[in-house]
Ligand binder design. Structure first.
Ligand SMILES: [Zn+2]
Length: 275
C-alpha cells in the first residue's frame, strides 16, 4: 500500500495538472469504487479543482469554489494517473475525471477485488470522514511523539501503523523507520528511554523525507527500501542478513544485529497465538 512518501510524491505531481482546466465530465465510476451518492458526481462538472492535498494516505481534491471535496483512497492496488490530452488512457478505469481540453485523471485497480475508494463530499463531510486520523507523521516533533508513546503500552511496529495514533506510516515505512532508529519492532512504547524516543523521532523524519525524495525521482520499491522485503540481503549498516518475522497479520523485516541485540524475534501471528 502506498504510504506517506508515495502519496506525497503523487500529490506534488498532480497539484498543478488537476487545477489547469475545469472538469468537463466526472465518471463513470465502478459501483464498488464510488462510496457516496450525494452530492452526485455530476455536481463536479463545470467546476475547477483548486489542486491536490493529502491527509495521511488519502488524496483530497477540493473545488476552487470551496463547495466540494473529492477524496481518493488507493488502498493496496489502486493507482491514480494523469493522462495528458491526446494520450490514450485505460479503457475501463475504476474512476475517471475528464478535464476541458481532453486531459484525464484516472483511477485503476489491479486484480478483481475493488478496495480503492472515491468519495465526493462537502467540506463538512470530508472533515468528519478524516476526523479519526492522528497527526501527520512528518509533522510530529520528539516531544509530541514522546507523549503519544507514553499513552499506552504498544509494540512499536503496531503503534507506528495505527492511523488513529500517527497518520501516514504503513508496514513498509515502519520497517525502514525502526531499522534507522535501531529499535526492535517488538519494543514496548512505554519502555523507551528519552534518547530512544529522540532517535525514533529523527528516523521518522529522515526516512519519510528519504522516501519522498526517491519517489519524486521515480524510484521503485527495490531501490527505495533498504529493509522492507529484503530477507537475507546484507543490512546496509552492518552486513548482517536481514531477518523476517510474522507478527499479527503480516511480516516484519529487521536487522538482528542493529535492532534486537542479536536476538531472533518469535513468530506472533494471530493464528498462532489463538492456537
Ligand atoms: Zn544491521
Amino acid at each position: 500500500m502506498p504510504e506517506l512518501p508515495e502519496m506525497e510524491a503523487w500529490r506534488r505531481a498532480l497539484d498543478g495538472p488537476v487545477s489547469a482546466f475545469p472538469i468537463e465530465k466526472a465518471g463513470p465510476a465502478h459501483i464498488a469504487t464510488l462510496k457516496t451518492i450525494d452530492p452526485p458526481l455530476t455536481a463536479l462538472e463545470g467546476r475547477r479543482l483548486a489542486g491536490a492535498e493529502r491527509r495521511a494516505k488519502r488524496l483530497l481534491f477540493p473545488t476552487e469554489d470551496g463547495d466540494l471535496v473529492l477524496l481518493v483512497h488507493l488502498m493496496t492496488a489502486g493507482r491514480l494517473r494523469y493522462v495528458p490530452a491526446g494520450e490514450k488512457g485505460p479503457k475501463t478505469p475504476a474512476f475517471r475525471l475528464r478535464f476541458q481540453g481532453g486531459a484525464e485523471l484516472v483511477l485503476t485497480e489491479a486484480g478483481k477485488k475493488k478496495r480503492a475508494g472515491v468519495w465526493l463530499l462537502t467540506p463538512e463531510q470530508a472533515e468528519a470522514e478524516l476526523a479519526h486520523l492522528g497527526p501527520e507523521a512528518n509533522e510530529l516533533d520528539a516531544k509530541e511523539l514522546g507523549e503519544i508513546l507514553a499513552c499506552k503500552s504498544r509494540r512499536l511496529h503496531s503503534l507506528l501503523r495505527d492511523q488513529r495514533v500517527i497518520a501516514g506510516i504503513g508496514r513498509a515505512w515502519a520497517n525502514e523507520i525502526l531499522h534507522a532508529s535501531r529499535l526492535s519492532p517488538y519494543a514496548l512504547s512505554k519502555e523507551l528511554k528519552p534518547e530512544e524516543v529522540e532517535r525514533l523521532s529523527e528516523a521518522i523524519h529522515s526516512e519519510l523525507e528519504r522516501g519522498l525524495e526517491l519517489r519524486e525521482q521515480g524510484a521503485d520499491d527495490k531501490r527505495t527500501y533498504r529493509v522492507h522485503k529484503k530477507l537475507g540481503e546484507p543490512c546496509h549498516v552492518c552486513g548482517t542478513p536481514i531477518a523476517q518475522v510474522d507478527f499479527e497479520e503480516h511480516t516484519i523485516y529487521y536487522c538482528p544485529d542493529c535492532q534486537t541485540g542479536g536476538r531472533v524475534l518469535k513468530d506472533r501471528r494471530l493464528s498462532r497465538l489463538l492456537r
